[in-house]
Write a protein that binds this ligand. Structure first.
Ligand SMILES: [Fe+2]
Length: 293
């Protein structure tokens, strides 16, 4: 990869306000992740993305593939996504454990699902369909949770483990989503991480969250996964734990609203990289020597 200074391992989400500057300056981040829906209907942005794909590994993170929708997958969208995959050859493709379509309507939100065997079967069949259409693994991301269902019979880590067992899919662990969900739903974020199937985790996300002001008067202190702030200390701490538990995995900084200048975004990626390097060197010092008697 050609960059203008030392390249780091961590990637950043490529958002349209930064696109021209990233093409012009090629910041020394490790890779770029895109929301394909932002590019597929924008020929100029597509042209610049193809140019960037010659210089950076690209990961595709879909927001329009609704694996949790009872109506099934939008096959037209899937075909357009496959064409993009063939064009830019992403090293990872991922999407959310959520539903976002109803009949022909896109709801512009990531809506929650009850965790039960029936939902596992539905999503497993959709993951197989998506992976067959795209020709590679589709990583499923844990959501930020705000409500639960009385009909749920499984905890989220068990639900994700079951999906992995039934489909062979891999997981994208959004570390900040774990922090947000653990706070909102009242569970232990570290215990959640211990219960995820470590071998299936193929990527990590870090994003900013904010307290929900609408709930302040009610005495609630709900946290919202806004991607509108710097990464919280609790997320950095859990990130170091995630690296110890899952091993070195491609890590991405997400920032989608109140998007800062590119230098600030890259600064978060550098911070992640320092934790990545420090954690790995600590683990290598602690690991027993393989040749020791
Ligand atoms: Fe994420």
């Amino acid at each position: 990869m050609t960059t203008n200074s030392k390249t780091i391992n961590t990637g950043v989400g490529l958002r349209l306000p930064h696109l021209v500057e990233v093409v012009a300056t090629r910041p020394p981040v490790g890779w770029l992740e895109i929301h394909p829906e932002n590019f597929m209907a924008n020929p100029h942005a597509m042209e610049l993305l193809v140019e960037l794909s010659r210089h950076y590994p690209i990961s595709i993170h879909t927001v329009g593939i609704s694996v949790g929708s009872a109506d099934g997958i939008d096959r037209t969208h899937l075909k357009r996504l496959r064409a993009l995959v063939d064009q830019i050859q992403p090293f990872l493709i991922s999407g959310h454990l959520a539903w976002s379509t109803y009949r022909n309507e896109y709801l512009n939100d990531l809506l929650p699902l009850p965790y039960c065997p029936e939902t596992v079967r539905l999503i497993a069949s959709h993951i197989r369909e998506v992976e067959d259409a795209l020709g590679q693994h589709y990583l499923i991301e844990n959501p930020a949770s705000y409500v639960g269902f009385q009909s749920s019979t499984m905890k989220e880590p068990e639900f994700l483990s079951e999906l992995v067992d039934q489909t062979g899919c891999r997981l994208l662990c959004d570390v900040s989503n774990v922090i947000v969900s653990a706070h909102n739903m009242g569970y232990d974020a570290y215990e959640y991480m211990r219960r995820l199937p470590a071998d299936a985790v193929g990527q990590l996300h870090l994003g900013g969250f904010t307290p929900e002001p609408d709930f302040a008067d009610s005495g609630s202190d709900m946290w919202i996964d806004t991607h509108a702030a710097a990464i919280a200390e609790a997320s950095w701490d859990l990130y170091a734990f995630a690296l110890q538990r899952f091993g070195p995995k491609p890590t991405l900084i997400e920032w989608d609203s109140e998007i800062p200048d590119l230098g600030t975004l890259a600064g978060e990626a550098f911070k992640a990289d320092r934790i990545f390097q420090r954690t790995l060197s600590m683990m290598s010092r602690e690991a027993p020597c393989a040749s020791a008697p």
